[in-house]
Design a protein around this ligand. Structure first.
Ligand SMILES: N[C@@H](CCC(=O)N[C@@H](CS)C(=O)NCC(=O)O)C(=O)O
Length: 293
């Protein structure tokens, strides 16, 4: 530790609008909407309002996996919520998710639309509804829900803790980076030890627990988030790497990763998804991009 700070918190915290942080323009200490804006509604039973971040990708992977099983009820429209522009504070989005964070799902399949927010709740809602990717026997189900909730509880230390201070904070604070690097490495070791004896998070079955964990911890290992794979020595988690590669090769996972994506190569960005055929034009873009390079 080589940093000392002269900062002494005031008696009562005040909102400094510009604190220099990466998300200073959208973060606020109050809930509620900033503007009126209805959400669009497409033709499919499932209306997803999201963005291609790890929390958003969990849901599009599950929807694509359900469709790959031939479950037509999982057909969906995926609308882009650009959080950098504050779309999550529109009145319609707040009606779908009062917590103003993506992803939010409106399930129109049975009369009155049902809102579901929090990515873990959305995965569970869809898995139960379509009776897929969630073990039926009580012990398998308990194991699956345990890992699902493990992800929901653990990842804020990875994203809001480590990722924020390592990648986004306007200056590096050794104390914070140390504290969260330690915890994230512990989490990677938890996963690695478990995956040494299990093909997937719940044994032989690929479940919503894998779909929740992979977009975060797989992305970390693949150096797709925070540019921290080397810093965390992610390559040393052998079983995590095996699992990451195996899941990454699934066609539905590849499709799910493209939906609502707003960064990376253009041919991998399907900004809105309204039909299975939307991916085909992207395949054509990919062929053309490969030809051009
Ligand atoms: N626990 C929530 C977290 C969702 C979340 O943090 N979403 C981020 C993007 S990954 C977001 O919408 N941020 C916008 C904001 O904080 O204003 C979930 O899993 O659904």
């Amino acid at each position: 530790m080589n940093e000392q700070s002269s900062y002494v918190p005031e008696k009562i915290w005040k909102w400094e609008r510009e604190n220099g942080g990466r998300f200073a323009k959208i973060n606020r200490p109050i809930a509620g909407s900033t503007h009126d804006k209805e959400l669009p509604i497409g033709k499919h039973p499932m209306q997803l309002y999201s963005l291609g971040t790890p929390n958003g990708v969990k849901v599009t992977i599950l929807l694509e996996e359900l469709l790959a099983l031939g479950i037509d009820g999982a057909e969906y429209d995926a609308w882009m919520i650009t959080i950098g522009d504050g779309d999550q504070f529109g009145s319609g989005f707040i009606e779908a998710n009062p917590n103003s964070k993506i992803p939010a799902l409106m399930d129109h399949s049975s009369g009155t639309p049902v809102r579901v927010f929090e990515s873990g709740a959305i995965l569970l809602h869809l898995a139960e509804k379509f009776d897929a990717f969630l073990p039926k026997d009580p012990s398998g189900r308990a194991e699956c829900l345990s890992w699902l909730f493990w992800q929901m509880g653990s990842t804020p230390y990875l994203g809001g803790g480590f990722g924020h201070f390592y990648n986004y904070a306007p200056f590096k604070i050794e104390y914070c980076i140390d504290r969260y690097a330690m915890e994230v490495k512990r989490q990677l070791d938890v996963l690695d030890r478990h995956l040494a004896d299990n093909q997937y998070m719940c044994g032989a079955d690929y479940t919503i627990a894998d779909m929740a964990i992979w977009p975060w911890y797989g992305a970390l290992v693949l150096n797709r988030v925070y540019g921290a794979a080397e810093f965390l020595d992610a390559g040393s988690y052998e079983h995590m790497n095996r699992w990451t590669d195996e899941i990454g090769q699934r066609a539905a996972v590849r499709r799910g990763r493209m939906v609502n994506k707003a960064s990376g190569p253009l041919e991998e960005q399907l900004r809105e998804r309204h039909d299975a055929s939307d991916f085909e034009s992207k395949t054509q873009d990919k062929i053309e991009a490969a030809g051009a390079s």
